[in-house]
Design a protein around this ligand. Structure first.
Ligand SMILES: Cc1cc2nc3c(=O)[nH]c(=O)nc-3n(C[C@H](O)[C@H](O)[C@H](O)COP(=O)(O)O)c2cc1C
Length: 359
């Protein structure tokens, strides 16, 4: 029997002295989106040129990713795109049950047609890009330009929602001004238009990751809507992940660059996987194999060099390592470089080299 003189105070004490749930427990709490259960709440963010099928094949060795997203695919191209030749609209059948295809476009009807093909191919869901702020995209009325035209953005969500039964997701940013209010209003409109979940990257559109994201704005977006909100931006360590979950109340986290640099991070944070030196070595060679398997040589080398920038950021003196790894113009040279540089695995940094991450 309890000998506490004040039963209420004791109840409070007992509750607060219970161990806080671990990050893995929090990330694996069940979540449903449009009746579909997710394996967990840690996602691989859409990343053009990085999160392609070859990369995802390597990442799948470790598992642990709740949902993976393709890089953005042109909605105009998707209805007739050939997966056998497309650098982005390409997948392995076994990953479709947790793969979302992200599309960009300016016209709601184009987006609806693309979504129909995405559903017919068996993807888990479709994601609408309303966050990309590079000028070739924005000048065509796509990506973050939709945040300047909320009425068209909503029509787009409504058309896509009406065209398919699979979950319809939207990824967006703070917008074109630093204040969060327009993004909060935008989130409400997206929900009303039929979006099933949102990924929010709290940066203004012209900022390509040079300044830190405004995590506090994720909280405002989360509070404004009933659908799940996934926070994104500069989550690189388990501590970052806990901090964003705690301070914003968001439903999960979408990992970008760290998921590329450390494809095992999903298994590490959700299931306790512990990487070793061998993990670092094997992953690079697995990537070399996968990139050659899925691409013609001219594309393989471009994608390999792009990837290695992020991979090299894992190591102290990563910048110099990067230069040595990418010297040469053939995949044979890339393999020789990797064999030489990883004869002994270079020293790993706890946090990847941030300067390389912003290149
Ligand atoms: C090389 C690269 C390509 C990207 N491509 C896309 C894209 O196709 N669609 C998209 O919505 N975001 C894209 N992003 C943005 C990421 O999804 C993410 O929002 C951003 O990297 C911030 O998250 P992080 O700090 O976890 O990396 C890209 C980012 C990078 C670095």
């Amino acid at each position: 029997m309890s000998n506490c003189p004040d039963p209420i105070a004791c109840t409070v004490q007992n509750v607060s002295s219970q161990a806080a749930p671990s990050l893995a427990e929090r990330l694996t709490r069940p979540l449903n989106i449009r009746g579909k259960t997710l394996a967990n709440r840690l996602w691989l963010a859409p990343m053009a040129g990085l999160g392609h099928v070859a990369f995802r094949e390597v990442a799948a060795r470790f598992g642990g990713c709740g949902l993976a997203f393709t890089g953005m695919c042109s909605a105009r191209a998707v209805p007739t795109e050939k997966p056998s030749v497309s650098p982005v609209f390409s997948w392995r059948p076994e990953e479709l049950s947790s793969l979302v295809c992200q599309i960009f476009g300016a016209d709601p009807d184009d987006m609806a047609r693309a979504a129909e093909r995405i559903q017919a191919e068996g993807f888990w869901g479709v994601d609408i890009n309303m966050g990309c702020s590079v000028s070739p995209i924005v000048l065509r009325g796509c990506g973050a330009d939709l945040m300047r035209d909320p009425e068209r953005a909503c029509r787009m969500v409504e058309r896509v929602r009406a065209a398919v039964d699979i979950p319809v997701l939207v990824k967006f940013r703070t917008g074109w001004q630093p204040e969060p209010e327009p993004a909060v209003a935008f989130a409400r409109m997206l929900e009303e238009a039929g979006a099933d979940a949102l990924t929010f990257h709290p940066r203004v559109a012209p900022d390509r990751r040079s300044r830190p994201p405004r995590t506090d704005h994720i909280r405002l977006v989360k509070k404004a809507v009933g659908v799940p909100v996934f926070g994104n931006g500069n989550v690189f360590t388990p501590e970052d992940c806990v901090r964003v979950l705690d301070s914003t109340g968001c439903d999960g986290i979408s990992l970008g660059r760290i998921g590329i640099a450390r494809p095992w991070v999903f298994a590490e944070w959700t299931g306790g996987f512990v990487p070793t030196e061998e993990t670092y070595r094997e992953t690079l060679f697995a990537f070399l194999d996968a990139i050659e398997k899925w691409n013609i040589p001219s594309r393989a080398i471009k994608l390999y060099k792009k990837y290695v920038l992020y991979y090299a950021a894992n190591f102290t003196y990563g910048n110099r390592l990067f230069g040595r790894l990418i010297a040469g113009e053939t995949m044979e040279r890339m393999r020789e470089n990797a064999e030489r540089e990883f004869a002994q695995v270079p020293q790993v940094s706890v946090r990847p080299n941030m300067l390389m991450f912003t290149m």
